[in-house]
Design a protein around this ligand. Structure first.
Ligand code: HEM
Length: 142
C-alpha cells in the first residue's frame, strides 16, 4: 500500500499550520488521550518529560517527508524499539489516532479542512501499519 498523490498534497498543505502550532497540537493530543483513554497513561510512566517534543518532532518529520518515507527508516526503527520497551500494542493506535486528529481540528480550526482530516487519517494509518508490523516482529523475538 502507498499513499495517493492527493493524500500527500493534502497533508503537505497542513505543514505550515502544524509547524506553527506543533507544541499546542501535541499538548492537546495528550490531554485528549489521557482523559478519553486513561488506560494509556501507565505506558508513559517511565517517560522523561520530553515526550511532547519527541512526538511533535516525529509528526513534523513525517509530514515533511511524506513523499519520501524511506528517509524515515531509522526513525521508524527507533520508535518501534521504544514502543516495544514501553509495551505499546496495536489496540492503542486508534486511541492515538482519534486524539491526534481531534487535537489538530481543535487547534488549527478552519485551517484544518475535512479533506485535510481524511488525508491525515490515511497518513497516520499508513505509518501506524509500518510501526505495528515492525513491533510485531520485535515482540516475537522477546
Ligand atoms: C503513528 C503513530 C506514532 C508515532 C509517529 C509515534 C512516535 C513516537 C516517537 C518519535 C517516540 C520517541 C522514540 C524515541 O526517541 O525513543 C515515541 C515514543 C513513545 N510512544 Fe509513540 N508514536 C506513535 C504511536 C504511539 C501509540 C499508539 C502509543 C500508545 C499509546 C505510543 C506511546 C509511546 C510511548 C509510551 C513512548 C515512550 C515515551 C518516551 O520515550 O518518552 N506511541 N513515539
Amino acid at each position: 500500500m502507498s499513499l495517493s498523490q492527493e493524500t500527500i498534497t493534502s497533508i503537505k498543505e497542513t505543514i505550515p499550520f502544524i509547524n506553527k502550532e506543533v507544541e499546542s497540537v501535541t499538548s492537546r493530543m495528550y490531554e485528549i488521550l489521557f482523559t478519553k483513554y486513561p488506560e494509556t497513561k501507565p505506558l508513559f510512566d517511565a517517560t522523561t518529560g520530553d515526550q511532547h517534543k519527541k512526538l511533535a518532532g516525529a509528526i513534523g518529520a513525517f509530514a515533511a517527508n511524506i513523499d519520501n518515507l524511506a528517509v524515515l527508516g531509522q526513525a521508524v526503527e527507533k520508535m518501534a524499539q521504544t514502543h516495544v520497551k514501553t509495551n505499546v500494542k496495536p489496540i492503542h493506535y486508534p486511541m492515538v489516532a482519534d486524539s491526534l486528529i481531534t487535537a489538530m481540528g481543535d487547534v488549527l480550526g478552519s485551517d484544518f479542512s475535512e479533506a485535510h482530516k481524511n488525508a491525515w487519517v490515511e497518513g497516520y494509518t499508513f505509518l501506524a501499519n509500518i510501526l505495528m508490523q515492525r513491533e510485531k516482529e520485535l515482540y516475537a523475538q522477546n
